[in-house]
Write a protein that binds this ligand. Structure first.
Ligand SMILES: [Cu+2]
Length: 588
């Protein structure tokens, strides 16, 4: 399609440095600093902002039940290292999106971004963290201001990640490099004899990046965050794994454990392992998801492993039986913006799609070296500490409904909102959202739309709730709830009608029918690998997803939001306040 601007598979996959909490008595100091990073052998060094000044930041390793205190020491200084721009046109004369090529595509560098001075706040994604330390998006610390956060680590073993969460600029700060992995470990995983630590446990942080070019068209290494008038999310063309563009990893012919996180701003990946032009997904067994182990291992979906922004997968990958010199490659087949559309795994090498903002499907090359074989068998039973919840078991649970809505804006990027719905009273006048489920129709009205609207969700600690996420947009949104994990209950097809002018600044008029649209080609199935403890769930177009949440230990003000960072920053985020039950009589 187009020649890659950089040679794929020439740099070795870097492994982030490890910061093992137990070796520091649970007390860590992480400086947040400007730094220099080389994303590819043939690229000049890039200026970045990173934890410990590195991309990615160090991987923090903690043990379940052993609290960790981190002094996040904001030492950011100097100019903001990313050029933010909106290309004036979505495509060039040949119809190629500016997002698929390096450079600014005629866009002006944003002067607002250039003025950023390093206010930050750190959120541990997936952490069961007291509200004070959860990284509320407005509780910032400027350079020089200390932040000491306590993480109790009373939670299951899982791959978490920490990243900047500043209101309105998370997309820029994370893009600049402010992200790192955090692994919680525990005895159960050791009982199962799962690989722990490199070389056989390999973290893979996937991100996409773009760079500026000089007057000769040569890549400069300067990070570019570019959107366009048609697509408000950044979908940069180059896939970066652990900070390198299209790296390669030597593997022995044995069992590996890949801990995969999609840390991209907006891009969803659908990963397919290929050898000699054919998929070898059967080499991969998924044992865990966002909040750790599944109850039993599962195969990947036939099309490949889908991970939207912030989703994680714990994979066992069996390279045994492969001869030295064998090459395998992981490709991404997901077009952007992602809408759930399928793509056959067998065609993964040919998934490049300029219209789908996927000019290069390459992700990672694996080269088998040496010989040997796997002594590891995959346990049949994994987690024993949770049960799947049924809708029936939750019949009496408090229910909440949220409509995901995109509002077209003239001359500026669209706004996305999570509109919290309440059952309309008889006396209510004005627009309503009618949800038609068979013979039953429920009329709702919007009670909150914007981040700064008053809080309407006050879940009680210890009680299950069912949240209904109703997607009234054309794209898949990965919805993330802070604090405790949840389980997906149902994913149901809908069709909907929004009358002209139905999407107001706050009001919403729509009719949502729980029936498949005849033109809808998605299967709206729940994948086996989603039936675990999740903190981020994909809500596809023409779909209602129901999740069961239960908040446990910590009272306070938290956030839930779309994890497409350009959406989160453009208002697709809302607060909720977890409450101790005995305080409820005092809340009116
Ligand atoms: Cu979104």
């Amino acid at each position: 399609m187009t020649t890659p601007p950089l040679a794929p598979f020439v740099d070795a996959l870097p492994l982030p440095s490890r910061l093992v909490a137990a070796e520091h008595d649970g007390r860590l100091t992480v400086a947040i600093r400007a730094g220099q990073h080389r994303f590819h052998r043939d690229l000049p060094v890039s200026s970045i902002w990173g934890f410990a000044g590195t991309v990615p930041g160090p991987t923090i390793e903690a043990e379940r039940g052993q609290p960790v205190t981190v002094e996040w020491r904001n030492e950011l200084e100097g100019a903001f290292p990313v050029t933010d721009t909106i290309a004036p046109k979505a495509t060039d004369a040949e119809g190629v999106s500016g997002q698929c090529v390096p450079g600014l595509s005629g866009g002006d560098p944003s002067s607002d971004a250039a003025r950023l001075t390093g206010n930050t706040v750190v959120h541990l994604h997936g952490g069961l963290t007291p509200a004070s330390y959860d990284g509320w998006a407005e509780n910032l610390f400027a350079p020089g201001q200390p932040a000491v956060f306590h993480y109790p680590m009373i939670q299951r073993a899982a791959l978490l990640w920490y990243h900047d969460h500043v209101l309105g600029i998370t997309k820029l700060d994370v893009y600049a490099g402010l992200a790192g992995l955090w692994i919680v470990r525990e005895g159960r995983e050791r009982e199962l004899r799962l690989p722990e630590e490199p070389p056989f446990e390999v973290p893979l942080l996937l991100q996409d990046r773009n760079f500026d070019v000089d007057e000769h068209g040569q890549l400069t290494g300067r990070l570019v965050h570019k959107t366009d008038p048609d697509v408000m999310e950044a979908f940069p063309p180059l896939t970066v794994v652990n900070g390198k563009v299209w790296p390669m990893l030597d593997v022995q012919p044995t069992m590996y454990r890949f801990r995969v996180l999609n840390g991209s701003n907006a891009r969803t990946y659908r990963l397919v392992l290929m050898r000699d032009g054919a998929p070898e997904l059967e080499r991969i067994t998924q044992i865990g998801t966002d909040h750790g182990l599944l109850r039993a291992p599962v195969s990947l979906p036939a099309d490949g492993l889908v991970l939207a922004s912030a989703e994680r997968a714990d994979l066992l990958v069996d390279f045994s039986g492969l001869q030295a010199g064998t090459e395998l490659t992981i490709f991404n087949t997901a077009a952007a913006p992602f809408d759930g559309s399928p793509f056959p795994a067998a065609d993964a090498e040919h998934a490049a799609n300029l219209r789908g903002l996927l000019p290069y499907p390459h992700v990672l090359r694996l080269l088998v070296t040496g010989d040997g074989s796997s002594g590891i068998s995959i346990p049949r039973e994994l987690a024993t500490d949770y049960e799947p919840l049924s809708s029936e078991a939750l019949a009496g649970a408090r229910r909440r409904a949220i409509a995901l809505v995109e509002r077209e804006m003239e001359g500026e990027p669209n706004m996305l909102t999570m509109r919290e719905l309440a059952v309309a009273a008889e006396a209510d006048s004005g627009p309503v959202v009618s949800v038609v489920d068979g013979a039953e129709t429920t009329a709702y009205r919007v009670v909150a739309a914007h981040f700064e609207d008053a809080t309407t969700f006050f879940p009680m600690l210890g009680e299950h709730e069912v949240w209904q996420l109703i997607n009234l947009t054309g794209d898949t949104h990965p919805i993330h709830v802070h604090l405790d994990p949840f389980q997906i209950l149902t994913r149901r097809p809908i069709h909907y009608d929004i009358p002209d002018g139905g999407i107001g600044e706050r009001d919403l008029a729509a009719t949502v029918t729980l029936e498949r649209d005849p033109k809808d080609e998605l299967d709206h199935a729940i994948d086996e690998n989603e039936r675990g403890l999740k903190d981020t769930i994909r809500v596809n177009p023409n779909e209602i997803v129901e999740i069961a949440v239960r908040f446990t230990n910590y009272s306070g003000r938290y956030m839930y939001h779309c994890h497409i960072l350009e959406h989160e920053d453009r208002d697709m985020m809302r607060p909720f306040v977890t409450m101790a039950p005995e305080l409820m009589p005092f809340m009116t």
